[in-house]
Design a protein around this ligand. Structure first.
Ligand SMILES: [Zn+2]
Length: 365
């Protein structure tokens, strides 16, 4: 998300990235634009929407709530809460899982949203010490670290979804809604596959994911014993609770959703990353994005943006502004590294990068 090169695709903005095998041709068009992969499903939307309605009807009328919605303070969960409450007339409980590394705006946004659309919500605070150990592990355990930093969101996302499902089960709520977008759902091996190519890709992803999860769990047990929380669940699902990703059933149009969330809900983006567009409420994003920058790889968010540009749901101009405004804040990174109690481990990780990591290393001294 921080630009490491000026070699970018003139159509989708993706950076030249040998690690992910993204190269630019003589015409400055990237290999993904030149030969699109069978990626996100583009669907027969009326049929999918019908499937969505059928699934939610099975839960309607449950007590105390029809469903639990994961709230993040971002546009996706804002848009979804409006849709579930006002279009589908569901009785929803909002849930914010507090991992201890959010910006305060996450909670302010969730509260404002819940008040605005009039749904109750809960904040579920995780144990500070377990979370510190968990994220330190995800950032510094060399055997699971990916050059693009993707392991942090991948494992944490699965932990959070599983936690929400567990929470729902304990309260007797039959359904959990998560606002993960189509690319994120696909990476978790959960897409509705429509073509044989997509199915093969999902099988492959699931196999890799299972291997990575087993490896992480093995290492965690070696250092910390049996995890006290479902930090590395082998499945997202919890018995007795249906997990729904609404963006598998509806076209994902980020700019339309932002407009609607602003107009109908008075929603405001969290402008911690860039003044434009993106609204990550999580402070950890900046650190893995910095590691991707050091390793000269696109991150999964860069791939999301370029997929959205290619699919016509994000304008290249918005993305360009986003990148121009994204700045590395070394002081913030250093503070986060200290909070995670991983100064020595990070100094070691940063040392091979020489000049490019020098400012941060100096701040950690
Ligand atoms: Zn491209």
């Amino acid at each position: 998300m921080f630009r490491y090169t000026k070699d970018i695709c003139r159509l989708c903005g993706l950076q030249h990235d040998p690690f992910h095998k993204v190269t630019l041709n003589d015409d400055r068009i990237c290999s993904l634009c030149a030969n699109p992969l069978p990626g996100t499903a583009t669907g027969d939307w009326p049929t999918l929407e019908h499937a969505f309605s059928t699934r939610i009807e099975r839960a309607r009328g449950a007590r105390p709530y029809d469903g639990l919605l994961m709230l993040s303070g971002g546009k996706d969960s804002a848009y979804l809460s409006d849709m579930l409450k006002n279009k589908y007339r569901l009785n929803i409980l909002g849930l914010v899982i507090d991992i201890g590394y959010e910006y305060p705006e996450t909670f302010a946004n969730a509260r404002a949203l819940a008040e605005r659309i009039d749904i109750p919500y809960e904040i579920f605070r995780q144990d500070d010490e377990i979370m510190r150990r968990y994220y330190r592990f995800l950032f510094t355990e060399q055997a699971i670290v990916q050059p693009d930093g993707g392991q942090v969101c991948l494992f944490c996302g699965r932990f959070l979804i599983h936690t929400a499902c567990d929470f729902a089960r304990r309260l007797g709520i039959p359904m959990v809604f998560s606002g993960h977008n189509p690319d994120q759902i696909f990476l978790m091996g959960e897409s509705i596959h429509q073509t044989p190519e997509q199915e093969i890709l999902v099988d492959f992803l699931m196999e890799t994911l299972n291997e990575e999860t087993e490896k992480a769990l093995r290492l965690w047990r070696r250092w910390h014993g049996e995890p006290e929380l479902p930090l590395f669940p082998d499945s997202l699902h919890v018995d007795g609770v249906e997990l729904l990703f609404p963006f598998q059933y509806f076209p994902y149009r980020p700019e339309v959703m932002i407009k609607q969330a602003r107009e109908r809900l008075n929603w405001q983006p969290i402008k911690r990353f860039s003044k434009t567009y993106i609204a990550s409420g999580c402070r950890l994003v900046k650190l893995w994005a910095f590691m991707a920058f050091l390793n000269k790889t696109n991150s999964y968010v860069d791939f999301e943006f370029c997929n959205q540009i290619r699919g016509g749901s994000l304008s290249p101009d918005t993305a360009r502004q986003f990148y121009e405004q994204a700045e590395i804040d070394f002081e913030e990174l250093a503070e986060l590294i200290r909070e995670l109690d991983m100064v020595e481990a990070m100094k070691e990780i940063l040392s091979p990068y020489g000049d490019r990591a020098e400012t941060l290393v100096r701040m950690l001294a």
